[in-house]
Write a protein of this length. Structure first.
Length: 312
């Protein structure tokens, strides 16, 4: 390579390096890089790492609506309702056409008892998508929360017509029918929800709890057992089955279920604490103290939710 060619080559290298350096300092490039890393972490279930990346993207561009929404989704999964609300509210402020965010916000507001606000966000979705069954279901739930069960049932039937293959719409209809004392209709709606999604723990537990309220003990037990088989790593079906046995006065059976939960789900704080909570509820102080001592030795941080469980 002669001197002239070498000079041109060096200039080209320097130009390329300067260009690359400029790209890495481009805020749009940087925020998208953090966002992509956050999405990758989210897909792998690494929510803490994902949250950091989305927060980094937001620090670069506070109006980055997609990053606000993904951060909200993480908070929802972590049951951090306050921060989820803040991020969802920011998302719909920046991007009103994000209908998923509108629905997530409506659900959160409804759970918090903010009925008119929840309905407003659901109706925003229905203006854009008149056949959106999820939004229609929220409208129905809002009516039920305000005590207008007749209208709520009508709205729930509309949601079913919009999407007759969605288990959640039938669950909502079932709940409102039960509140309206239409027990036969409620049972059929619960059964339909389970048939549409036999792997839905929520549908199975809802049907089982319905049977429990009707004192149909064996039917309830069957649904809770199926739910345990569907999701053996979740403490909720096991807790529901133990609660059923307690309602029946079968304390030995309830105790065994909770002992099995402690053994099978030893790394799950909620499952591990259930047996201690059972003994506290039954005022079996010696057994409760033994469980608490064992729990403290293995996982001291897990005792914090039990701090208010004692009654004197």
């Amino acid at each position: 390579m002669n001197i002239s060619n070498r000079s041109y080559f060096c200039v080209a290298i320097l130009f390329a390096a300067a260009f690359a350096s400029g790209c890495t300092r481009d805020p749009n490039v940087l925020k998208q890089k953090h966002f992509a890393k956050g999405e990758s972490y989210f897909q792998r279930g690494q929510y803490r790492e994902a949250a950091i990346e989305f927060q980094n993207a937001i620090q670069i561009d506070g109006k980055f609506a997609d990053a606000h929404y993904e951060l909200a989704r993480i908070y929802l999964k972590q049951a951090d309702w306050l921060h989820a609300y803040q991020e969802l509210a920011k998302t719909v402020e920046l991007s009103p056409n994000n209908l998923k965010a509108q629905l997530d916000l409506a659900d959160l507001l409804l759970a918090a008892g903010k009925i008119p606000e929840a309905r407003n966000h659901a109706e925003i979705v229905l203006q854009s998508e008149p056949q959106n069954a999820q939004a229609q279901t929220i409208v129905s739930r809002a009516d039920a929360a305000q005590g207008d069960l007749a209208t709520a049932v009508s709205e729930a039937h509309k949601a079913v017509q919009m999407d007759p293959n969605r288990a959640e719409t039938f669950l909502n209809l079932a709940v409102i029918q039960e509140k309206s004392k239409d027990l036969s209709g409620a049972e059929q709606s619960y059964l339909k929800a389970v048939s549409l999604n036999p792997k839905s723990v929520a549908a199975l537990l809802s049907l089982g709890t319905f049977y429990q309220r009707q004192k149909r003990w064996s039917d309830a037990e069957k649904q809770f057992q199926i739910a345990i088989a569907v999701d053996p790593q979740s403490p909720l079906p096991r807790g529901s089955l133990a609660g059923l046995y307690i309602s029946e006065g079968k304390m030995d059976s309830a105790e065994k279920v909770l002992q099995d939960a402690k053994s099978s789900l030893a790394d799950n704080p909620a499952a591990y604490r259930m047996l201690a909570e059972f003994y506290l509820g039954q005022r079996q102080w010696d057994k409760a103290l033994a469980e608490l001592d064992s729990l403290f030795s293995a996982h001291p941080a897990w005792l914090l939710p039990l701090a208010g469980a004692f009654e004197f």
